[in-house]
Design a protein around this ligand. Structure first.
Ligand code: IPE
Ligand code: IPE
Ligand code: MG
Length: 253
């Protein structure tokens, strides 16, 4: 929510309900979708939807801090998104660098440590430098971890993990029967942080689009029709409240 007293009040009320509702999820992951449709609805070019989406990222990070999340993962650009028109990809990469320049100081001040994961060798040298800058700038803080999936695909991640393990087997360092869930998880980009408890997708799409397939095995899923640029902290709090009302069973009774 970016303006209006009543919207601010309702976000505050929702936050109070989240705080009263038991512990927040440890890790929330978000498929940020609908920038293009938002732009179309406003008679704007697609890249302007992506720019507006950046403001929603800021909002969501602030909301996540207020809610007390330990980990927030945002799907910013998929391996498959490289197939979009060259101008759109270029605009997204420019926005990434703009995001780093405009947000890195606030992120550090707010104690947000940023990690970026994905096939980063596909990024341009300047985009990679921006990523390194952001990670380096926030390395020392740890109130919350923000994980950005950029040039990320879950199947590609799993293939890379299998290659790593296969190479260890080939070198005689790992026995095939020593490969267990922990080993596989340990070879993924996400090895250092817990699996998401809650997965949010905006824009009403009921699909996963190659995001964290291994890691979301037992995540609760919340789909909202809100288009990503309109997503605000109140929407994050609603998703958390939905999560807090779920009964997680993990296959038990
Ligand atoms: C999400 O918005 C941003 C990225 C995938 C980079 P989209 O660009 O997918 O927006 P829609 O789905 O076309 O509305
Ligand atoms: C998923 O959205 C990728 C990101 C949000 C970065 P897409 O818009 O690319 O997914 P599809 O094409 O609708 O499955
Ligand atoms: Mg989309």
């Amino acid at each position: 929510m970016r303006a209006g007293t009543s919207a601010v009040e309702s976000a505050a009320q929702l936050l109070a309900a989240v705080r009263a509702g038991g512990g927040p999820p440890t890790h929330v992951a978000v498929i940020m979708d609908g920038n293009g449709r938002w732009a179309y609805e406003h008679g704007l070019a697609r890249w302007e939807g992506h720019r507006e989406g950046m403001a929603a990222v800021r909002e969501t990070v602030e909301g996540a801090l207020e809610a007390g999340l330990a980990h927030l993962t945002l799907y910013a650009f998929s391996s498959e998104n490289w197939s979009r028109p060259e101008e759109e990809v270029a605009a997204l990469m420019d926005l990434l660098q703009e995001f780093v320049d405009s947000e890195k100081e606030d992120l550090r001040r707010n104690g947000v440590r940023v990690r970026v994961f994905g096939e980063l060798d596909r990024l341009s040298e300047s985009a990679r430098a921006a990523v390194r800058d952001l990670e380096g700038h926030t390395r020392e803080v740890g109130r919350m971890q923000l994980h950005l999936a950029i040039s990320y695909g879950s199947r590609q991640e799993i293939v890379a993990a299998l290659r790593t393990l296969a190479a260890e087997v080939a070198r005689g360092e790992l026995r095939p029967d020593a490969i267990d869930e922990e080993r596989v998880a340990g070879a993924l980009y996400t090895s250092e942080w817990p699996d998401p408890d809650l997965l949010i997708r905006t824009s009403g799409e009921m699909r996963i689009s190659n995001f964290l397939l291994w890691q979301i095995a037992y995540a609760e899923i919340h789909v909202t029709d809100v288009l990503w640029p309109d997503f605000g902290r109140a929407d994050l709090f609603r998703a958390i409240l939905d999560f807090q009302g779920r009964e997680r069973r993990f296959g038990g009774v």
